[in-house]
Design a protein around this ligand. Structure first.
Ligand code: ZN
Length: 241
């Protein structure tokens, strides 16, 4: 099975459409979304409609939870809070109920998905280092965990007791290895590359792929400004920060 993995779309319809067109061109058996469908971007309803229609599995992100009142916004910066409040106002009751019903994590064929970290997903920790990754292998079963939340593509490998940073190049899974992988963010990349990020897991070939896709950044920025959302949210898309 070829699983396309997308995460952190954040209401960026331009990025989502470009990524899905590329996924369709590359070929996927199943689409999986790791949460944060909404927040920051100007098209939350359109993104929900597409994700609900196209993805076999979707889990809860912190922005999805904040918009529906399931998690506190107290640690959000002012732009994040403003966009979450705006998103809550423009979404229909049906869309809000769908977001509120998303699971915290899910197990698929031979992998697990979670938005933040598998120990306590509701704490919304940011997994960025080998030392953090080392502590998390006890909290999921099987060889592979996908997570999002940081908007940084990266991977960690535990093999023969050692945990190594695998960077953001594709790689094959080693027999006996266990992996924690972030494919990056579709709608708000933060690693300095403004192109939308996504990935594939090919369970037959046992391989991880990282991809980047150009999209209409100017259109996404204009939509944010036209919606009256904070200008910083439009600005950062151009820089991938
Ligand atoms: Zn996010």
């Amino acid at each position: 099975m070829r699983f396309a993995i997308i995460s952190d779309i954040h209401g960026n319809l331009q990025a989502l459409e470009a990524v899905l067109a590329r996924i369709d061109a590359l070929g996927a058996d199943s689409l999986v979304c790791l949460g944060d469908v909404v927040g920051y971007g100007a098209d939350p309803a359109a993104c929900i409609e597409i994700v609900r229609d196209r993805c076999s599995h979707v889990i809860m992100g912190n922005h999805d939870a904040a918009v529906t009142g399931l998690t506190s916004m107290e640690y959000f910066n002012s732009a994040a809070r403003a966009s979450a409040l705006w998103t809550g106002e423009v979404l229909s009751g049906e869309d809000l109920r769908w977001l509120a019903g998303l699971p915290w994590e899910a197990s698929l064929q031979d992998f697990v998905i979670v938005h933040s970290t598998p120990d306590k997903p509701e704490n919304w920790r940011y997994l960025m280092s080998e030392s953090q990754a080392r502590e998390l292998y006890d909290f999921f079963g099987g060889p592979l965990l996908f997570y999002g939340h940081t908007h940084y593509p990266m991977a960690f490998e535990r093999l023969n007791g050692e945990v190594l940073w695998r960077g953001r190049q594709g790689f094959p899974l080693e027999d006996g290895g266990r992996y924690i992988v972030n494919v990056g963010s579709v709608g708000q990349p933060r690693d300095g590359d403004p192109r939308a990020a996504f990935g594939f897991y090919d369970s037959g070939a046992r391989a991880i792929e990282f991809h980047r896709q150009e999209y209409d950044i100017a259109g996404a920025r204009k939509a944010i400004l036209d919606a009256g959302l904070p200008a910083t949210l439009a600005e950062r898309l151009a820089h991938g920060r």
